[in-house]
Design a protein. Sequence first.
Length: 260
Amino acid sequence: MTMLDPAERTARGLAIQAEVTGQPAPDTATPVQESWRDFVFAEVWSRPGLERRARYLIAMAGATISGADQTMLDAYVRGALKSGELSQLELREAALHLCLYGGWTRGGILDAAITRAAQALGLPALACPPIRAEAWDPEVRTAEGMAEFTKVMTFPGGPSASPFLEAINNFVFGEMWFRRGLDERSRRFLTLVGVAESSSEIPIKSHVHSAMASGNCTADEMQEFVLQYGIHAGWPKASVIQSVVWEMAKKVADGLPWNG
């Protein structure tokens, strides 16, 4: 039997915590603080099954939506910027995307954390691309959105039968998913956190399925997503997503739709 050394685990946790947050890890004084160092950073963030960029996105979205304190969120953003895993432009796009799946209030919280981190690191103010710079044909915008929906979700969407559904077609997919300031895989992880937090069966199942069916994530990466998500959501919520990942991974492997 291989024995695990607690001193080695602590040293690994201190090193990874410093890397992830972009500053030296603080001293611990409580069991909760020790568990962040010895489990969250030493064991979860060190796992090779998911790249650190993805873990940052999941962590920032999870911390924002779950109402984590400002210090924790700022640490994630600072670490992402300082390490170069995410640029300031990508983080601004991440905050905008989170508005869709966590609400504008939460997206604004992440956006404010990005501003604080950028200022603390002495980064220049960024000119972000406008939502839309030129006049548009509403029918073209909707058609583009419906095409993007099919690409992202891997099945066709429905008609704009209500103001809400119209906004899904012409804004959520016609403008937000359509933006190229952040890659589709990154948007996928932000979306997965948002739908998981919604506790809504249809969005959870359809987005978990499309994450794998689109090729954005493998089944093994989705297993890692569940663990990383559970840090801020808690094990009960993560257990629901774990069951969906197993179910949808089998459907994707069998060539079945999420609801088939």
